[in-house]
Each structure stands twice: as structure tokens, then as C-alpha cells.
Design a protein around this ligand. Structure first.
Ligand SMILES: [Zn+2]
Length: 263
């Protein structure tokens, strides 16, 4: 089968899964189920169930992960739901920070836009609909343009990550905070520039367009860029009952890095 044909089939399968999840949700509402058992804090809607997702190995391959982690309506993973709660519980938006949001999650961006107006800027090199198409390794923003940066699941796609981290530091204002999140496995970062085939990258780095698997030593790279770095687990920062964690499907523990640019 040609690459193009298998890519079309993978896309069609993905769309069917999304459609069936959405139909399940809305048919449940129409049938008048008494109370939806789950809640997504990213899109702030109640739902019937969580759904699996496609890990996108590239090369037309579909790698469907059946573990039910996604909101069927806004496609949020745990990390987005964690971050939505973090913003709320830490009162981040109250100070009206100038905020830069990389690869903006569709479930969060409208709410942040409403809260911050022109002080909120979305960016990505490839996504459509963002405010600015920027290369994270050489951005066109002036120094110290932002007070808060959210950069989730971006750096593992970037070959020149030292340049990207330096740029994050440069555009952050003194006293500002960047929340950096990447997939982490083990203690040491694993990368190999010679691995470029998407299927090989999937095997080595967990996804067809990832260029490395970071380890816990990512903090050393961030510190080299100038940041004061504090790793933490979002679940330790949030005030949640066991029932909240189950209802909002928040159980996955993912290491986050709070990167401060000291004054
Ligand atoms: Zn949602």
C-alpha cells in the first residue's frame, strides 16, 4: 500500500474515532442520562467517558493508544487539564501577565484570550490560526516581552533545543516564569541525531516527530540557558480530592519544570 493511501486511511480512522466519541457524548445528553460521570476542567464540560488517542508515528502509520486519557470534546490530555486547574488555583491570570503560549491547546486558548486580551500571544511554527508563526530557536519578539510562558510538549520536537531554551529565557521578563513540560523517561536524556526516519524515531523517542527522549536531567539544560529551575509534579501543587482526580481523570503524574528568570 502506498504511503499516501495508508496516511489517508489513518486520517479517516482518526476522524471516525473522534466522531463516534462526540456522538456518544451528545446522544447521552439527548437520551437524558441523569448525570455525566466525568468532568473536563480544560473545556469545562461534563462528559460520559474518556477516549484513546493516536500517537502518530508518522509515515502513514497509525499507532492507536487505547488507554482512555483524552477528553472526547476538546482532546485534552491530563497535562492540559492539570494546567487549567493550575492557572485557576494559583491565580495566575489575576495579575494579567503578558503571556506567550506555544502550540496553543484549543481547549485553553479561548479562555486565556478572554482573560488577557492583547496580552495573550499564541505561537507555533506550523499550526494554523496562531497569532505569530515563530521559530522557537530564533524568535522575533523583543527581549523581556512576556511575564509568563507556557511551553508544553514542544522542545522534544526541536533539534536545537539549547537555542530554544536561550530564546525562552531572552523573551521572558526578569521575575517572569516559564512552565516547561516535555515527555520524560528516566534520569538521562537520550538523543541521536542520526535517527531521522519517523518509524525509527517512534521506536526510540516515542513519537515519529520527536528528536529525543528527555530525562530528569533536562533541568541542567534549562539552567544552562539561565533559568532558576524547580521541577514539580502538578498533582502535588493542586488541591484536589481523590474524587476530583477520578472525575477529571488527572491521575497521571508528569514532571513539570517551573523556570524562573530571576530579577
Ligand atoms: Zn474537554
Amino acid at each position: 500500500m502506498s504511503k499516501q493511501m495508508s496516511s489517508l486511511i489513518a486520517t479517516a480512522r482518526r476522524r471516525c474515532r473522534r466522531l463516534s466519541a462526540a456522538m456518544m457524548h451528545y446522544s447521552g445528553k439527548l437520551l437524558g442520562f441523569p448525570r455525566l460521570p466525568f468532568h473536563c476542567p480544560a473545556c469545562e464540560r461534563d462528559i460520559h467517558q474518556w477516549v484513546g488517542f493516536d500517537r502518530g508515528a508518522g509515515g502513514g502509520q497509525s499507532n492507536f493508544e487505547p488507554e482512555k486519557r483524552l477528553c472526547p470534546l476538546c482532546r485534552s490530555f491530563e497535562r492540559t487539564r492539570h494546567f487549567a486547574l493550575y492557572l485557576e488555583q494559583q491565580g495566575v491570570l489575576k495579575s494579567k501577565p503578558r503571556m506567550l503560549h506555544f502550540a496553543p491547546e484549543k481547549s485553553l486558548a479561548p479562555r486565556l484570550r478572554t482573560a488577557l486580551g492583547d496580552r495573550y500571544v499564541t505561537t507555533d511554527l506550523f499550526m494554523s490560526g496562531v497569532d505569530r508563526k515563530e521559530d522557537i530557536t530564533q524568535m522575533t519578539f523583543a527581549d523581556a516581552s512576556f511575564d509568563f510562558i507556557y511551553c508544553s510538549n514542544v522542545l522534544e520536537h526541536v533539534t536545537e533545543d539549547a537555542a530554544a531554551m536561550s530564546e525562552l529565557y531572552r523573551v521572558l521578563a526578569p521575575g517572569g516564569v516559564a512552565i516547561v513540560q516535555v515527555p520524560i523517561r528516566g534520569s538521562k536524556t537520550y538523543e541521536d541525531d542520526s535517527i531521522t526516519d519517523p518509524r525509527e524515531r517512534f521506536k526510540h523517542f516515542g513519537q515519529g516527530d520527536h528528536v529525543r527522549y528527555y530525562g530528569e536531567d533536562i533541568d541542567e539544560r534549562l539552567e544552562r540557558a539561565g533559568f532558576s529551575v524547580a521541577p514539580f509534579y502538578m498533582l502535588d501543587e493542586l488541591t484536589l480530592s481523590e474524587a476530583d482526580i477520578l472525575r477529571m481523570n488527572l491521575g497521571k503524574r508528569e514532571l513539570i519544570h517551573k523556570c524562573e528568570k530571576l530579577k
